[in-house]
Design a protein around this ligand. Structure first.
Ligand code: ADP
Ligand code: ZN
Ligand code: ZN
Length: 720
């Protein structure tokens, strides 16, 4: 046996029983020096399956005496880099999912199904030297000579001119007789502004290209300029950079800023791209043709050959956590990937996640602060309005007196306004005055939202739609009333009160098509509208210098969620939303409407005093036993029979309790806050473990393995 090589393969199909690495003899892969990352067809049971090679090693005595061989190699090039293959193994164990689920998340579907990439900048080929291939390779020689006279050409051009010589062309490339034309070197094409002292210090501290850093800078402090300079430094060393943004809506703006600095070779990655565009981008990234990519969460898996820096902008945003298996957090994955590849991670935010802020203050990660707005612009003037008081004074509008006056004045000055409301639709519930019944989704235990634009009721959890009933389905009464304002109703009120104002709406209903984000951003940037009404989707990151008034219509929406992060979310939302005001030459003003002006999240947001908020929130987390003082697991059991879901949950809780794990608390089972979604009854168990209880959690995971109906989420962000 000696040094005979074997490969370890993950089967793509995610089925419980296949959830392991399978060892094979390399077969056709034995020609390859490195077999990691190739997709292969392998014999499995009586059939075959596709898999991905995640490791290669010498055969040892633990391997079965009779190993089967890889049948065939499916792609010309590997689909995972060595670091990504290792990352896949780490993720699978970290998030307690199947290896097949992990690799499927890492590789775009278009690559797996083999669709052609849409590539606007294909590689061009030229001959490596004037020496042609030997005479006996007649076809290769023809291709070579054609390329010699026709100069650098794309593969498509070569093949078109040579009528179907694909195999010969591949052989010619392998022989090294033709080579890809080198691209111009990667550098910043255009200069940026001169950095202020805080910014230059930040860039200096990042200069060694190592470690994980929190860049904590107030809104408008110029964090993006710091990223740009740090990236320039990486490019000069021939390394690539990834900039992650939390929301597809932010990509057009961020891409525009990066293109201003780095030219057209800034790649884009988000779910709005067609499958072909994604394949094209993915391929260009793999061959090192995109020095910089701006993308959403899943960009963390792009196959950069020489990754130097990953930026997570607005790192506190919960969109970085994936809601289905593998339930990864892009911050954690980025940090692991950086460790594997010797890259740097920069986490940027004005309101870091509590966990991140805490790690920085404990010295676990680097910490850089930007305390002032760039260009010495003041932070906006914030005032709070107690809406209970407004009601008492007989104001039943959704705008307080103060906000109405500010709106009128801002419109007169021809400046722009953003109004936030974290609820879409027109009315958030419909209520019968006689029997008191609220109309809820027939498939979920949530109230239906009324959308006036389409005159439909819709469920925001299962997408059920129906017409509003003329009478109460319960008692037949016609006294049906619409309660709770959504963004549509805000637009209606604005149009009624300020008929001359031009209004845009930005929420998940109005931004459905893939160009709509970009269009919205351009229209509002060019002052094509005076007022933008939207959900938190627009609260983050946007830089519109003409916006001088921000109105937050209901600061409390998030506070009432049964989630231990609800104060943190509220604080972040208020500060981020306020940060959209006064980013240009004119000073900004923010009006916050609330029913809870005393709450510490609201109170500290008014002064944007992150440290004060942090101190109170840390105390709460410590006292109540939440992260970062515990590790949290959420177990979920579902069934379309309530009793069955409950039984499964009780069984899971029992098997967890039977282990008698010290330092591991098992809470529940209890019905989930939203007890039914899409006909599925849901039960939750919350596991709280001491930070050092890893080994005990390992035992718990082992015990739960026999109950595949239990869905485990490590470090849950969606507790409803
Ligand atoms: P952040 O990302 O921290 O919210 P930005 O990087 O968007 O802040 O900067 C806010 C505004 O200030 C932008 O319009 C940006 O172009 C400008 N800016 C930032 N740094 C400088 C600088 N050193 N000189 C001139 N303008 C700057
Ligand atoms: Zn009724
Ligand atoms: Zn529903």
């Amino acid at each position: 046996m000696g040094m005979e090589k074997v490969v370890d393969v993950a089967i793509e199909r995610a089925v419980g029983g296949l959830d392991q690495l399978w060892t094979y003899l390399p077969g056709p892969l034995s020609e390859y020096e490195l077999s990691v990352g190739y997709r292969v067809l392998v014999p499995l049971g009586r059939g075959s399956a596709t898999g991905i090679v995640l490791g290669q090693r010498p055969r040892d005595e633990n391997d079965r005496p009779t190993l089967k061989s890889i049948r065939s190699v499916l792609d010309e090039e590997p689909v995972l880099t060595v670091a990504l293959a290792e990352l896949a193994l780490w993720m699978t164990s970290r998030y307690r999912c199947y290896i097949g689920q992990t690799v499927r998340a890492m590789i775009p579907p278009g690559i797996r199904s083999g669709i052609a990439g849409r590539d606007h900048h294909p590689v061009r080929w030229q001959v490596a030297s004037p020496n042609p291939p030997p005479k006996r390779a007649r076809r290769q020689r023809e291709l070579f000579e054609w390329l010699m006279t026709h100069g650098p050409c794309t593969q498509a051009e070569v093949l078109a001119a040579s009528s179907g010589g694909e195999a010969s062309w591949r052989a010619l490339r392998k022989s090294g007789a033709v080579v890809a034309v080198e691209r111009p070197p990667w550098t910043a094409l255009f200069p940026g502004p001169t950095l202020n002292p805080e910014q230059s210090q930040a860039v200096e501290r990042l200069a060694d290209g190592q470690g994980v850093w929190l860049l904590e800078g107030v809104t408008g402090s110029g964090k993006t300029e710091v990223y740009l300079d740090a990236i320039s430094a990486q490019l000069e060393q021939g390394r690539q950079a990834l900039v992650m943004v939390p929301e597809i809506a932010l990509t057009p703006q961020t891409v525009a800023r990066f293109r201003e600095r780095f030219g057209e070779r800034v790649g884009v990655w988000h779910s709005g791209l067609s499958a072909g565009e994604r394949v094209g981008t993915w391929q260009r990234v793999r061959r090192g043709d995109f020095p910089v990519v701006v993308g959403v969460r899943s960009a963390v898996f792009l196959p950069f050959p020489r990754l130097g820096l990953m930026v997570l902008d607005e790192e506190h945003e919960t969109t970085y956590k994936q809601d289905e298996h593998p339930r990864y957090h892009a911050r954690e994955v980025a940090e692991k990937r950086a460790q594997l590849e010797g890259a740097q991670v920069v986490l940027g935010s004005a309101t870091p996640a509590l966990e991140t802020a805490f790690r920085a203050r404990q010295g676990e990660i680097g910490w850089i602060r930007l305390t002032r707005r760039a260009m010495a612009r003041e932070l906006p003037q914030i005032s709070v309005v107690d809406m209970r008081e407004e009601l008492r004074q007989g104001n039943h509008e959704m705008f307080s007196q103060k906000l109405m006056e500010a709106l009128t004045k801002t419109l007169e000055r021809q400046e722009q306004i953003i109004l936030f409301l974290n609820r879409r639709g027109y009315a958030t519930y419909i209520f019968c005055r006689d029997c008191g019944k609220a109309l809820s989704c027939p498939h979920c235990e949530v109230t239906l939202t009324y959308h006036q634009e389409t005159n439909r009721l819709s469920c925001h959890y299962c997408f059920f739609e129906g017409s509003p009933p003329p009478a109460c389905p319960q008692c037949g009464s016609h006294r049906i009333r619409y309660f709770g304002a959504g963004t549509e109703r805000v637009v209606e009120a604005v149009q009624r009160l300020w008929p001359q104002a031009r209004v845009l709406r930005a929420d998940r209903d109005s931004l459905t098509r893939r160009e709509s984000h970009e269009k919205l951003w351009r229209t509002f940037s060019n002052h094509g509208a005076d007022i933008l009404v939207g959900t938190q989707m627009i609260a983050k990151g946007m830089d519109w210098p003409k916006v001088t008034l921000v109105g937050i219509l209901a600061a409390d929406v998030a506070l009432n969620f049964p989630d231990f992060r609800s104060s943190e979310r509220t604080f972040q939302l208020l500060v981020q939303a306020s940060g959209r005001a006064g980013r240009g030459a004119s000073p900004g003003q923010v009006v916050v409407q609330t029913y809870n002006p005393e709450h510490y999240a609201v109170h500290h947001a008014l002064t944007a005093d992150f440290d004060a908020f942090l101190n109170e929130e840390i105390q709460f987390r410590q006292m109540a036993g939440y992260p970062p003082f515990t590790q949290l697991w959420l177990l979920e059991m579902r069934s379309n029979l309530r009793l069955e879901a409950e039984k499964m949950a009780e069984a899971a809780a029992q098997s967890a309790r039977d282990l008698r794990l010290d330092g591991v608390e098992i809470l529940g089972p209890a019905p989930a806050p939203i007890a039914k979604v899409r006909e599925q009854y849901r039960f939750h168990i919350l596991i709280k473990a001491k930070p050092d209880a890893d080994e005990k959690l390992e035992r718990l995971a082992g015990a739960l393995r026999t109950q595949p109906e239990v869905q485990i989420t490590i470090d849950p962000y969606f507790m409803l």
